[in-house]
Design a binder for this molecule. Structure first.
Ligand code: WT7
Length: 653
């Protein structure tokens, strides 16, 4: 794509009309926006009927004690029954629920009937281990079917789970076990990662030596790799022995709609992790509804794949609860996208005929970097809707995704939401909204969001500010586990009566919403607010740039100076004059004020496991400080690699 067409893309609003056949058959239509605008609670009450309730709710929302919401409070249901048993009862027992693809190439198809038996057995096993309704269970697992089964088994007996990402350290695991006071941990010997078995169990053993985690009674261990692991007799139990001998039938008990379903700790790029609490009826209603609406899911024919890890909310809502509540067939992949080769994902799409794909912009940009010829080597014609989540998707990556993965046919849905919101909130709808590369666009039917200024007044079209949610929604977090005050302070105190998401956003001339990243990531340069996202987006619109991360470094003249870290495309060496060219390019795209003071070419960027750039570490580098905590990085060695590339003298002007 030429520079000029890129520039057009960045500055103009380019629209992509949904293909006629998608529009004609879409699950949700323009009428849904109208219905929800007219009667928001009525619309949600109707969506709640997508679930099977043991006792149908007569109440929709109790907002008498804001911000502590109760949704469908007098309803009772069982989440696992909704995600598994009812599909078997409806005659879909032979439908594949999960196509598991192990990294070494082993695979296993699990039907809904099999899933029902295994979840039932696991539920019996937990009960046998003394786990009662309301007790917390920690899950520390690789991406294998037992991770999903363990979550559903907890839900089945009303024991809230706390899933801890399988690559977090023993310390991170210990703090989370302690905060939730979990008494049972479910783990595995290890999993396959980058072509080799990597161990998990030793981290559990280490975590359990910390005083706060000493109350754990049992560790249930799935055998995945068969590697040698340390074993504590009496405490540790093999999954295949303990679960394997249980009865295959289990009667699910219904719980109140507000019964806690899970705690999930936010990734914590700053401060102590917060235990986000989600409950049962409202959460399941919104994840099921949004998965149905935004992916336009047709469970009879679609094959859905979400590439996230179950350790993140995306995995909870859009691998486990949403798709399974809808009776979908989905792919679960254990490994990395480039093991054993850079086409592994596309090979999986081809193998299973994946129709709906949900991934993150960082993964899309990585694939762009590997080269267009890689996806071109596979048949991706089954794909029908592509989703994006996790950070703003730059228009360049959006267009690449649609053209090189979606063959130019597929809608791309850029879904904005958070661990705290539990489910998608702002997104285009395939077949309904016209698409704008880079914009999350419109709140979904039933969701109220707006962009406000410092005083909480709604900004005019064409202006930027803070993203707020103005009405409660079914899958909203109910509190921070054990810390109601922090819940109030963090989300409800900045703007009276509204939820403040922490993100900056702007409204374009049509009133569509563009996300600008966390407001903590806004730079102040000579009195101007400049978002890191916008400068990054401008940089990656240059043909030589694959990825960019921008931070504001303290500067005596300008308050902050823009410092850009860039990865060059194709890894080619940096040509003479490139830095100047990039600075000029940003100035042309965004104006001279946004011109980076420094541009440093690096090989990697520091990212959390969920793919978020850890700007605070880049700021440490830009400001010549000692590095802060690097333990949540995917690969802490990246920081050495970046530092070894320095210094490149700051240029003046
Ligand atoms: C933050 C939430 C939602 C699951 C994964 C992340 C950013 C998320 C988008 C998007 C722009 C996005 C926001 C948000 N974010 N999706 N489509 N466009 N930004 O969950 O770890 O709780 O992070 O991710 O900054 O606040 P999370």
């Amino acid at each position: 794509m030429s520079n000029e067409s890129l520039a057009n893309l960045m500055t103009e609003t380019r629209r992509f009309a949904p293909p006629a056949e998608v529009a004609a058959a879409a699950n949700v239509t323009a009428a849904d926006y109208e219905a929800a605008a007219e009667d928001r609670l009525g619309y949600w009450a109707e969506q709640a009927r997508r679930l099977t309730w043991e006792r149908e709710p007569t109440e929709t929302l109790d907002w008498s004690n804001p911000p502590f919401a109760k949704w469908f409070a007098d309803g009772r249901l069982n989440v696992a029954y909704n995600c598994v048993d009812r599909h078997v009862e409806a005659g879909h027992g032979d439908r594949v629920a999960i196509h598991f693809e192990g990294e070494p190439g082993d695979s296993r198809a699990i039907t809904y009937a099999e899933l029902q038996r295994e979840v039932s057995q696991a539920a019996h096993a937990l009960t046998e281990l003394g786990v009662a309704t309301g007790d917390r269970v920690a899950i520390y697992m690789p991406m294998i079917p037992e991770a999903v089964i363990a979550m559903l088994a907890c839900a089945r007996i009303g024991a809230p789970h706390s899933v801890v990402f399988g690559a977090f350290s023993a310390d991170a695991l210990a703090t989370r076990i302690e905060d939730a006071d979990a008494r049972v941990v479910i783990t595995s010997d290890g999993g396959y990662r980058r072509g080799a078995p990597s161990a998990l169990k030793p981290a559990v053993d280490e975590a359990l030596t910390r005083p706060g985690a000493a109350r754990v009674r049992n560790v249930l261990v799935v055998r995945r790799t068969g590697q040698d692991i340390p074993w504590t007799e009496g405490r540790d139990l093999w999954w295949h022995e303990t679960v394997g001998r249980q009865p295959e039938e289990h009667t699910p008990e219904a719980f109140d709609a507000e019964h806690p379903l899970f705690i999930l700790y936010t990734s914590g790029t700053t401060g102590k992790p917060k235990g986000i609490l989600h409950t049962t009826g409202g959460y399941l209603t919104q994840v099921a509804y949004t998965h149905h609406a935004v992916f336009d899911l047709k469970p009879e024919t679609d094959v859905y794949w979400c590439t996230a890890d179950i350790g993140w909310v995306t995995g909870h809502s859009y691998i486990v609860y949403g798709p399974l509540a809808n009776g979908a067939t989905e792919v679960l992949y254990e490994g990395t996208p480039n093991t054993p080769h850079q086409g592994r994902w596309w090979e999986i799409v081809e193998k299973y005929g994946v129709t709906l794909l949900y991934t993150a912009p960082t993964a899309i940009r990585t694939c762009m970097k590997w080269g267009d010829e890689i996806p071109a080597g596979f048949n991706l014609s089954s794909l029908r809707v592509l989703g994006s989540v996790g950070e703003p998707i730059n228009p360049e990556a959006w267009v690449w995704y649609r053209e090189h993965i979606g063959g130019g046919r597929t809608p791309v849905v850029d879904t904005w939401w958070q661990t705290e919101t539990g489910a998608m909130m702002i997104s285009p709808l395939p077949g309904v909204t016209l698409a704008k590369p880079g914009s999350a666009q419109t709140p979904l039917p039933g969701i109220s969001a707006t962009v406000v200024d410092d005083d909480g007044n709604e900004v005019a079209n064409g202006s930027g500010g803070y993203l707020t949610l103005t009405e409660p929604w079914p899958s909203m977090l109910r509190t921070i586990w054990g810390d109601d005050q922090r819940f109030l302070d963090t989300y409800w105190s900045r703007f009276e009566g509204r939820y403040f998401a922490g993100d900056g956003a702007k409204k374009d001339a049509d009133g569509d919403i563009w996300l600008l990243g966390r407001v903590d990531d806004v730079m102040l340069v000579s009195g101007h607010n400049i978002s890191t996202t916008e400068v990054e987006s401008a940089l990656v619109s240059h043909p030589r740039i694959a990825e960019a991360a921008v931070v504001g470094a303290t500067d005596p003249q300008t308050t902050q100076a823009i410092c850009a870290f860039v990865i060059l495309r194709g890894g080619a060496p940096q040509e003479e004059g490139l830095v100047e060219e990039l600075r000029a390019h940003v100035a042309k795209e965004l104006g001279p004020i946004a011109k980076p003071k420094r541009v440093l070419a690096v090989d990697e960027l520091p990212k959390t496991r969920s793919g978020k750039i850890m700007r605070r570490l880049l700021r440490d580098i830009a400001e010549d400080r000692e590095l802060g905590d690097v333990t949540t990085l995917t690969d802490p060695a990246v920081m050495d690699l970046i530092q070894s590339k320095l210094p490149s003298a700051p240029s003046d002007d």
